[in-house]
Design a protein around this ligand. Sequence first.
Ligand code: ZN
Length: 414
Amino acid sequence: MSVPPADTERDHKKLGKELDLFTFSDSVGKGLPLFTPKGSVVRRELERFIVDEEIKREYLHVYTPDIAKLDLYKKSGHYPHYKDSMYAPIEIDGEQFMLRPMTCPHHFELYLRKPVSYRELPMRIAELAQLYRYEQSGEIMGLQRVRTFCLADAHIICASEEQAVDEISKALDLIEYITSVFGLTLDIDYRYRLSLGDRTNAEKYFKNDSAWEKGEDLLRKLMQTRGSKFEEAKDEAAFYGPKIDIQMKNVNGKEDTAFTVQYDFCMPERFDLSYIGEDGKHHRAFVVHRSSIGAIERIMAFLIEKYAGAFPLWLSPVQARVLPVSEKHVAYAKEVLNALKTANIRVDIDDANESLGKKIRCAKTEKIPYLLVVGDKEAESKNVSVDSRDYGKLDAMPLAAFIVRVTEEIKTRK
Ligand SMILES: [Zn+2]
């Protein structure tokens, strides 16, 4: 069977270098990405987008440390299950600490700081959490597979199974919204997978057959109620419960889990997560683990390939470039530059002593969405001539009108 040729023009490793978005250094280490100023703009915009959207949806965004005591991961059960993907302990003052591979136990400890009433549930604790996992040398691949990544993570503490199922459904709504902003379509660009446990493997999965049956059934019914197509995959669950994975393929056709929503009936016991019910008594909580935008590195790799480096305006490192026709137009070009900067548009200027044609070609290889050409006519009338990457050449327009147009396009993330 022949393998289709890889779409190398879209390869995020190649584009990441050409567009100067990220790099790796042997001195820093394998699988440890360094984001350039331009790549950091893309990352920051993605982070702002998700944090703002989650806050709108009543998530509580927090910060917790990147390391914690080894005992914490023994308590959570991550240590035996994830031992092979965790780094060796760091000894501090005679105690062992780990770089965290997961955020869950940190959020549970935060939850435990005070008694919680049923009225406060569901409580959605979210974090852009830097995680550290060992990937074998051969597995490391650009931003797709790295040894440290930032997960848009959350743990939703729920009062009942019904509430947990409702929260899983809301998490899927959020994921479907995010993917629509990226221009992705369900069943074309991504698909749902119901990832199940394996009752015969007590080493890999927390032993509680009836809880597994019930949890898997709840997720299956939810997907059916939502009317979503999904595939079932045995032996792909988390050790603490079944999950719904959102599977995406990269340009080489390799499929990965981009986002995940998990139902957990195990951690609430281990961490004694409870709440005070209407009856004044303590009740056991339920937990939903979910990522929304997934790992920032992985979604960036995916988006670079999807857009072939031509990011939509809101994500573009440089949104507009001002091109003075000649030296005598530089003064007005700087006026345009400053007006756009004041309007929070990411803009730069190319006032090199080169031909206009050369400057335009250069800006096009950088995939800049808007080029503003200013010459005599524009300087006189305080206009700009616009060459748009996505809409072609536009009629000359007043500078103020261009700012309104671009600001609206950024805001709506079109
Ligand atoms: Zn978790």
